[in-house]
Design a protein around this ligand. Structure first.
Ligand code: CP
Length: 324
């Protein structure tokens, strides 16, 4: 990490990774996110904090949840919102990433929300923007998805309270998953009792997330777990040499079903970041059933994105007009 995420006044400037945020800084984001929750069917929360500010969503990789929730979050905070259609942008004519950023910055964009399949893109942008401008990582390769990690932690806390004694099992393609990495970073900051990775040996991480226990048998990995998080197979990150598992065989061995969840704690919750492949990593009836908190993850995700956008306002407003 080579940019400061927290400015000299202690305010959030960029959100690139959870790895070097302190626990109290994560708590601040989640506390504010909680203030942006209203029950479904009620009017959504609104705040005018970003009135007169502009948020640009640059998604160079597909997204439903993250993109839609960042857009709604910015609008609910009264920002002007630009969703760049990257397939129709001048990048297809050879314009560089940084020239795209400089062009949008010249239109007074204050916050860039960026998703990209390559490692290092959010940091690269953050290093080149004007002093008042913020960069929020909306998913970076297989490395980092910080708002997902925050919403996952928030969802677990809202169901289980103190996470210190919990056993959390993450099942599936951990190796290629930025969701698993950011969730691991969030959970370890809050001293989760036990984190387990469960999946075929070729989809388990090598050794960059020390402290987690690895399991290759589903029943062993989810036994007595309080939280079971299912992940999809990230086919797009296998490269030419990787062998994508057969979906039916994978479901037989690692698919989460109501039946197989019997070995977890009776009150275990089931999570999935989406997008789901029903019948591959998770049974549809489990995803839709009473133990599933998958839709709550989505709701909390919008609140987390509102929180992060609102918190970078302090930095932007204090630094607008600063020389480059
Ligand atoms: N969880 C997640 O990042 O979903 P999207 O790819 O739809 O944004």
């Amino acid at each position: 990490m080579t940019v400061e995420q927290i400015n000299s006044q202690g305010n959030l400037r960029h959100l690139i990774t959870l790895a070097d945020l302190e626990r109290h800084q994560i708590e601040r984001i989640i506390d504010r996110a909680s203030s942006y929750l209203t029950p479904l069917g009620h009017p959504p929360p609104r705040d005018s904090i970003l009135k007169g500010h502009t948020v640009a969503n640059l998604f160079f990789e597909a997204s439903t949840r993250t993109r839609a929730s960042f857009e709604l979050a910015a609008k609910r905070l009264s920002a002007d919102v630009l969703n760049l259609d990257v397939n129709m942008s001048a990048r297809t004519k050879g314009e560089s990433l940084l020239d795209t950023i400089y062009t949008l910055q010249a239109m007074q964009v204050d916050i860039f929300v960026v998703r990209d399949a390559s490692t290092g893109v959010p940091v690269r942008i953050a290093k080149h923007v004007a002093p008042h401008v913020s960069v929020l990582n909306a998913g970076e390769s297989d490395v980092s998805h910080p708002t997902q990690g925050l919403l996952d932690l928030m969802t677990v806390q809202r169901h289980k309270g103190d996470v210190g004694k919990l056993c959390i099992a993450i099942v599936g393609d951990i190796k290629h998953s930025r969701v698993a990495r950011s969730a691991f970073e969030a959970f370890t900051k809050f001293d989760v009792g036990e984190i387990r990775f469960v999946g075929p040996v070729e989809l388990l991480p090598e050794d960059d997330m020390t402290g987690a226990r690895s399991f290759t048998e589903l029943d062993d990995g989810i036994r007595d777990a309080d939280v079971v998080m299912s992940l999809r197979i990230q086919k797009e990150r296998f490269g030419e040499l990787g062998e994508i598992p057969d979906p039916q065989e994978y479901f037989r061995r690692y698919g989460l079903t109501e039946d197989r969840l019997r070995v977890a704690k009776p009150d275990a919750i089931v999570m999935h970041p989406g997008p789901m492949n029903r019948g591959v990593e998770i049974e549809g009836s489990l995803a839709d059933g009473p133990r599933s908190v998958i839709q709550e993850q989505v709701t909390n995700g919008l609140a987390v994105r509102m929180s992060v956008l609102a918190l970078v306002y302090e930095h932007i407003s204090a630094n607008r007009g600063s020389p480059r």
